[in-house]
Design a protein around this ligand. Structure first.
Ligand code: ZN
Length: 387
């Protein structure tokens, strides 16, 4: 038996009474059908409603041949009258998102002649796919215009035109339609065939914010939020900016400049550290002059520093130079060099015995080893050639 669709009579109905007509055990929970319902089933890109029927939780709602089935966690007695309550916060949010999407798609269609060919309502943002490229500048203009339409606060109209009238109307639609068609009109902005639920006046959308655009198939994918989600997005950005502002002791409106300054300071400090390292490396090279084979542990060097130190000391020590930097917990970076030497076998032995990886030229190799300092020292005592 077809179910009376209360949600089409009043989209703001949050509570209703209905009589249970059927109740069947399903794979998960129970499938309950009523003579009338305000629970919206999935359709038109809009997810189903959730809520309660009597004591039962409604987890999913689907329509099958005009009959609406509520998936519940417990059975309901056939013939009993139950009170249905829609999770209103969730439903109103979906109506805001869905209506915001109509305004944006309608404006894009009118201005650029392209269509919304894909629509997805995600948990925190919705996406729309258009079959033409749109720049961020073009979308910013659409966003501004869409918000002006919101503030005009015009009434939404639902039309059920007969076939003759339908044939004369120009409306957006995903497919060729005929017979019973439900048109949703945001007067002056959009006319679209849609079975979903929308706000009664555009002002109820609150605000429309486009978040991103990226190339997708032959056009673009645009992310957006409306209403309560726009406020949540605004709060999240504010919180993020507040934290940056506190950490950098900058006014909230000046965080970008403060981050740029931080980047410049960091660049200057890196330059200074490199200069100090160069001096340290040449001092070490002098200390090791004619020392033969040398093993050096040096704290806190980047791989590039390890390489430079080994390259400097191998020029003066007259033998093999090995440099390790790191810690027993996280392993060591290494570099081995010897003027005119051939370190390939030694490097293979090192990688094998010290869980390392790396290689290079015959006279210079570098890599990393997952071993402790004492294991490295033991390896060195076995393998150095000129004590
Ligand atoms: Zn719609």
């Amino acid at each position: 038996m077809p179910t009376e669709k209360l949600y089409y009579q009043d989209v703001f109905m949050r509570e209703f009474q209905g009589t249970v007509t059927r109740c069947e055990a399903g794979k998960e929970g129970f499938q309950v059908s009523l003579d009338r319902t305000a629970f919206y089933p999935e359709g038109g890109g809009q997810p189903w409603d959730t809520g309660t029927l009597g004591e039962a939780q409604v987890r999913e709602v689907h329509e099958k041949e005009g009959e609406i089935w509520h998936n519940t966690d417990r059975p309901l007695a056939v013939g009993s009258t139950v009170t249905g309550r829609i999770d209103w916060e969730r439903r109103f949010d979906l109506m805001q998102q869905h209506s915001g999407e109509h305004l944006v798609s309608g404006l894009v269609h009118a201005r650029f002649g392209c269509d919304n060919v894909g629509f997805h309502m995600g948990a925190d943002r919705i996406t729309m796919d258009f079959n033409r490229e749109l720049s961020w500048q073009e979308l910013a203009e659409i966003e501004a215009e869409a918000n002006r339409r919101v503030w005009e606060d015009r009434e939404t109209r639902i039309l059920y035109p007969d076939e003759e009238v339908l044939g004369r109307l120009s409306y957006r639609s995903k497919k060729e339609l005929s017979g019973w068609v439900r048109l949703v009109e945001f007067p002056g902005t959009d006319l679209c065939a849609c079975c979903g639920l929308h706000v009664a006046r555009t002002g109820q959308i609150g605000m429309i914010k486009l978040l991103s655009v990226q190339k997708f198939r032959e056009g673009v994918r645009v992310e957006m939020v409306s209403g309560g989600r726009a406020l949540a997005y605004c709060r999240a950005l504010e919180e993020q900016n507040h934290r940056i502002s506190v950490q950098l002791s900058a006014k909230p409106g000046e965080t970008a400049a403060a981050v740029a300054r931080l980047g410049e300071e960091n660049f200057a400090l890196r330059g200074r550290v490199m200069g100090l390292e160069e001096r340290l490396f040449s001092q070490k090279a002098e200390e090791c002059r004619n020392a033969g084979d040398v093993l050096l542990f040096e704290e806190g060097l980047e791989p590039e520093g390890v390489r430079k130190l080994a390259a400097a000391v191998m020029e003066t020590c007259g033998g093999l130079c090995a440099v390790f930097s790191g810690s027993d917990g996280s392993g060591y970076k290494y570099a081995l060099g010897e003027k005119g030497g051939d370190l390939r076998e030694l490097c293979q032995a090192l990688n094998r015995q010290l869980s390392g990886r790396g290689g290079g030229k015959p006279f210079f190799v570098q890599g990393s080893a997952m071993a402790s300092q004492s294991e490295i020292q033991a390896f060195w005592l076995q393998n150095r050639r000129k004590p």
